[in-house]
Design a protein around this ligand. Structure first.
Ligand code: GUN
Ligand code: ZN
Length: 465
């Protein structure tokens, strides 16, 4: 048995070209695309459209781990019935549930799961007093494996199927993470954190050694199964100019290796960078000068930027990762989503352990509130698009994941919209799909995740005990 049909309400997002492909291929069914809704222009001006099928079915091949097709349940079921009218595939009846593509988290620190919710500090003190202390433990492979396993299971319990992750400066932390992810067959991105100054000795790695460690990790893990490597200088403060420059050279020598770091999160951080680099035009200019910008680069935060910096992000295609719960928890500032989107691609991320939840739904609800404080909008469709196809586009993974187009990898979540008594009661008052999705975005969290499927294989089921 390799084919599975998941009968459910289906929701995902289509690009213009996905939509053309759907409507020009021979479908006897009518598409339930909500044609009047166009979202904000996202990556490179592409528009996206929600597609909702109330009586849907998703066909998955669990041997190759991919989506075969999707459509209206009646059409799909009749297509797969054998001569006696019986189905030659396994049918999963989730007609009271919503299936969406797996959520994608574009910035999260797995070792920091052990110090999430540490009291009272803003960025630089928080790093010194809590973060660096915890990260120092990850040279021990046992700590790294146990934590990576725990963290990945927590991601699955939150419906997150892919992530761009910070490990620590110890190569052991990266090997542990990739080993555990490879076992689960999750699509993940990480790398050793480059740090050679302004941090405790037990986290600093000599300049060239850190780069050599990254090189080895690329050789061992990049594009092995579903794993990808990101060159990961922590931020301008904890790497010497020489190390940033070497990171830039390494980045330029590859076509598909990613680069991730932090930018302009906090005013004291920005002042420190100015002190370290008095001759540069600003924080972004340091990264620019070192060759760290480009379409495969994701910069977390980027809250406090000058117009010339936004323009440089646009001109280099550099992507921004917005981390709402982290920005609120550390008191870092209010990210202007529409303004940033008008220059470049933005993804949404948890940034645990400064972020306070691994749930991308909780993250969206805080993102909504941050925009409210600035009189900006964030609709449920835009938010749910963002944490699926939008984040996949930002990470250049939308040819593999992000929606239900045939041949994409079958990473998806089964969502129980009435998982709690409050949700059930509130949902009963809704009149439209958009209203339901907004309630899900504001009140949903790990409790609504009924099941998480990775490449066609169920890897998490909510305990019903
Ligand atoms: N800037 C440099 N390192 C970190 C980190 O671990 N978390 C956050 N939020 N910002 C950073
Ligand atoms: Zn971070």
């Amino acid at each position: 048995m390799t084919l599975h049909i998941y009968q459910a309400r289906l929701l995902h997002y289509l690009t213009e070209s996905d939509r053309t492909e759907r409507t020009t291929s021979d479908h006897s069914q009518t598409l339930a695309v909500e044609r009047d809704i166009t979202l904000l222009p996202v990556i490179e001006g592409v528009q996206v459209y929600p597609e909702y099928i109330a009586d849907g079915a998703l066909v998955v091949d669990d041997m190759i781990g991919c989506i075969v097709e999707y459509g209206r349940s009646e059409t799909i079921l009749s297509k797969y019935a054998n001569e006696e009218g019986r189905l030659a595939v396994k049918v999963h009846d989730y007609r009271d549930k919503l299936i969406m593509p797996g959520f994608i988290d574009t910035h999260v620190h797995y070792p920091q799961i052990d110090m999430i919710a540490a009291y009272g500090e803003q960025l630089l003190d928080w790093l010194n007093n809590y973060t660096f202390v915890t990260e120092a433990n990850f040279g021990d492979p046992k700590v790294a494996h146990d934590t990576a396993q725990f963290f990945l299971n927590q991601l699955l319990a939150n419906g997150t199927t892919s992530a761009m992750v910070f490990s620590t400066s110890h190569p052991e932390s990266v090997n542990a993470f990739f080993t555990e992810s490879h076992k689960l067959n999750t699509r993940m991105i990480t790398g050793n954190v480059l740090m050679d100054q302004n941090a405790p000795d037990n986290l600093c790695v000599p300049t060239e050694q850190g780069i050599r460690d990254t090189q080895n990790i690329i050789d061992n893990w990049h594009e092995r199964g579903r794993q990808h490597v990101a060159i990961t200088p922590r931020f301008a403060i904890t790497s010497t100019p020489k190390q940033l420059q070497m990171a830039g050279e390494l980045y330029a020598s590859y076509e598909s290796v990613y680069l991730q770091t932090h930018l302009a999160e906090n005013h004291d951080e920005i002042a420190f960078v100015k002190q370290l680099y008095p001759n540069h035009k600003g924080y972004l200019d340091v990264y620019d000068d070192m060759g760290l910008l480009g379409r495969r680069t994701t910069l977390a935060h980027s809250i406090h930027l000058e117009i010339s910096e936004y323009e440089r992000l646009r001109d280099t295609g550099t992507q921004i990762s917005h981390c709402p719960t982290s920005n609120l928890f550390l008191g870092s500032g209010l990210f202007d989503l529409p303004k940033t989107l008008s220059y470049t691609g933005v993804s949404i991320a948890t940034d645990v352990g400064a972020g306070t939840s691994l749930s991308m739904l909780t993250t969206l609800s805080e993102a909504y509130k941050i925009q409210q404080l600035q009189s900006n909008q964030l609709s449920a469709h835009q938010g749910l698009y963002q944490i699926t196809l939008g984040n996949a586009q930002s990470l250049l993974l939308d040819n593999k994941i992000g929606n239900f187009m045939p041949n994409k990898e079958a990473d998806f979540v089964v969502i129980d919209m009435g998982a709690t008594e409050l949700l059930e009661r509130r949902m009963a008052q809704t009149k439209t799909l958009e209203e339901q999705l907004f309630v899900l975005m504001m009140l949903g969290d790990d409790r609504v995740i009924d099941q998480t499927v990775i490449a066609g294989v169920s890897r998490y089921r909510k305990s019903t005990a």
